[in-house]
Write a protein that binds this ligand. Structure first.
Ligand code: ATP
Ligand code: MG
Length: 287
């Protein structure tokens, strides 16, 4: 369970007579006690001879948004793709370490990569609806996964969850490609949630969008996180600060490619980073 009641106000604790702020009830759980849907352990990754991740260990708390930040090329997308085994579609990739999804190693012997990708959905930087109707975009994955429920109900529910239902409900036969970029991205999010994943990976989901669509995607992430665990890569530090509960800062340097420098509650990372390199990055001194 997550830190239940962490959003509770002081009125939840009427017995407290001491003055001054009492932070304890609001504080996030210590990392080792948190419930991690995904846990990466000592993960390293190579593209052929080129190392892209080095000994990364971190946990992603359930029903929280975790942001991954860091300069271009530091391995954020590589880490994300490791979680749903998408990297293995790239020839010459080798990984070491473990990626646990609810305590089961997704690279374990009897684990089916298709099942992993059903449980860990992904949304990309560039909206990529299929060149089919809105309806078919939603049903595609559901059909592959043998969905037995009511198709119309699934379509409506998924589009509503992605906050695009009202804009498209009058014509679900329209091509997904006929929508605006921001609408296409929300359609892709609807498509991802239609197969009921546990985790949503989002790789710079708003970076190709205008400011209004960006706000919609950010609002949507805050809504979706009540049902899903979200891991989002972003170059937009304000966005990371706005949408995420936890933040991981990654970096590549000469000696160590794709390392996790620091992980913690977003507020701590942005206001009191422990590592000088994190501070330099968030204050815009490099990257
Ligand atoms: N398919 C690939 N084949 C070979 N090398 C790759 C491949 N994808 C990424 N790399 C290399 O791995 C390193 C990490 O790349 P990655 O795309 O994970 O970084 P990133 O942090 O997502 O960067 P950006 O912020 O620019 O998206 C880079 O040096 C990159 O060149
Ligand atoms: Mg990337």
């Amino acid at each position: 369970m997550g830190p239940a009641g962490s959003g509770g106000s002081m009125s939840d604790t009427p017995g407290r007579a001491d003055s001054g702020p009492v932070a304890a009830p609001q504080q996030a759980m210590p990392e080792h006690e948190a419930d991690h849907v995904v846990e990466v352990r000592r993960l390293s990754l190579w593209y052929g001879e080129v190392q892209a991740l080095t000994d990364v260990s971190m946990g992603f708390p359930r029903n929280k948004v975790t942001a991954l930040i860091g300069p271009s090329g530091c391995g954020k997308s590589s880490l994300l793709r490791t979680i749903n085994r998408m990297n293995e579609l790239i020839p010459g990739v080798r990984t070491e370490g473990e990626v646990l999804l609810n305590d089961v190693d997704v690279y374990g012997k009897n684990v089916d990569s298709v099942e992993v990708r059903r449980r860990v959905g992904m949304v990309f930087q560039k909206p990529n609806p299929f060149p089919r109707s809105i309806r078919e975009n939603i049903l595609y994955g559901a059909k592959i996964n043998g969905y037995r429920g009511d198709y119309d109900e699934l379509i409506e529910r998924s589009l509503k969850q992605a906050a695009i239902w009202d804009e498209v409900k009058s014509n679900l036969k329209r091509s997904g490609l006929a929508l605006s970029g921001g609408q296409q991205q929300r359609l892709c999010i609807a498509r991802a949630v239609a197969i009921s994943p546990e985790v949503l990976l989002m790789d710079e989901p708003a970076s190709a969008l205008d400011p209004i669509s960006t706000v919609k995607i950010e609002d949507l992430m805050r809504e979706l996180v009540t049902n899903y665990t979200i891991i989002v890569v972003t170059h937009n530090l304000q966005q990371a600060a706005r949408v995420s509960d936890y933040t991981g800062f990654m970096l590549s340097d000469e000696e160590t490619k794709g390392q996790l420098v620091e992980f913690g509650a977003t507020n701590d990372i942005f206001t009191a980073p422990k590592d000088k390199r994190t501070e330099d990055y968030i204050t815009g001194r490099f990257g």
